[in-house]
Design a protein around this ligand. Structure first.
Ligand code: NAD
Length: 323
């Protein structure tokens, strides 16, 4: 008998992670419908169908979920610290992202979708556990009592709960991952929504050797960064497993932002002076805790940061050059 081809929907396929995920799902032989409010800026994800439309619109979502077995919900009103932590976009972030999740779950469930993947974020973790840059705590069970430091994080936490509520009450399967700073080629690198690795790659690519690079804050704040291919691998493993999550998908290779800049300068072969300046920052320290993913999936992301940074830098350098 001929094997049936799995029909999947990727929401947010015009974005960074969604675009990479479409490529992976196609390579695995799935039939893929992709939805986004905009076309992908840097590539044409090889989806079987692309619907350009607004997932806040119930009619659009009803059409998108029709005939679909599995949904990957990655669409969100999203950006780096310059977008999330200024406070200027709180209302739109909360309204837009929660409406997308409400629509996707309700109409997906009604239409017979069996399994949903939801992309939550490390931004749900309480600020009080991330004050010491050397010892942040981000184990999955430390999410409560909840105290995210942004409305973006609160929306993610609400939506995590929404997915699990549908699992309990409406009989659908859900898988929830908390991504920690994903980076790589074909992601936003300018315009105000870019995140730290892309922003630093751009600033360093643009700077003349011997010049300056600006860093928001004192540069001693810590983070970990996960290369896109490892993120996609984690998503696929989680989706095919029996474990629901929520689970961290991130790297445990924590670095200061100054160190991140130095690594990129080494890759670029440039010596620049770091200039610290005030800017929106987020928590003082954050690192993925990969004990649960190791236990449940028998796998952890493990490639060195430098390896991914080299690929990301080369891609951004090329974008800067061809501007
Ligand atoms: P992205 O901004 O590149 O992709 C999100 C996509 O959603 C965009 O293409 C955007 O156009 C689309 N979208 C937004 N509103 C829409 C709407 N109303 N209708 C249709 N499409 C809409 O972001 P990304 O980095 O690819 O992130 C994907 C998901 O992972 C997001 O949910 C994000 O919150 C989550 N996440 C990402 C990171 C990271 O480091 N990139 C970290 C934690 C969580």
């Amino acid at each position: 008998m001929e094997a049936t081809v799995k029909r999947v929907l990727v929401n947010g396929a015009g974005g960074f992670i969604g675009g990479h995920l479409v490529k992976r799902l196609k390579a695995e032989g799935c039939w893929v419908r992709a939805v986004d409010i905009k076309r992908h800026e840097f590539t044409q994800p090889p989806a079987d169908e692309f619907i350009q439309g607004d997932l806040r619109n119930p009619e659009l979502v009803q059409a998108a979920v029709s005939g679909i077995a599995e949904v990957y919900q990655l669409a969100a009103d999203m950006g780096g610290a310059g977008y999330i932590f200024t406070g200027e976009h709180d209302a739109v972030v909360m309204h837009n992202s929660s409406t997308i999740n409400l629509n996707t779950l309700e109409f997906g469930t009604r239409s017979g979708v069996k399994r949903f993947f939801y992309s939550s974020s490390a931004c749900i973790y309480p600020e009080y556990n991330q004050l010491d840059p050397d010892n942040p705590k981000c184990s999955e069970d430390s999410a409560y009592p909840a105290a995210p430091d942004s409305e973006y994080g609160w929306e993610k936490l609400f939506s995590e709960r929404l997915y699990f509520a549908y699992m309990r009450n409406r009989g659908v399967e859900v898988r929830v991952a908390r991504f920690h700073n994903i980076f790589g080629p074909e992601g936003t690198w300018q315009g105000g929504r870019e995140k730290a690795p892309a922003a630093l790659c751009r600033k360093i690519a643009e700077a003349p050797d011997g010049g300056e690079v600006e860093i928001w804050g004192d540069g001693k704040q810590t983070r970990s960064f996960l290369y896109i291919d490892e993120c996609v691998e984690g998503v696929r493993r989680l989706m095919d497993s029996e474990f629901t999550g929520p689970v961290n998908i991130g790297s445990e290779e924590m670095v200061t932002i100054d160190r991140l800049a130095e690594l990129i300068m080494e890759i670029a072969g440039k010596k620049l002076t770091i200039r610290h300046m005030p800017g929106p920052l987020g928590v003082r320290g954050r690192n993925s805790d990969n004990r649960l993913i190791a236990e449940k999936l028998g796998w952890t992301p493990s490639r060195p940061l430098r390896e991914g940074l080299e690929k990301a830098y080369r891609w951004i350098e090329e974008q800067v050059r061809t501007l």
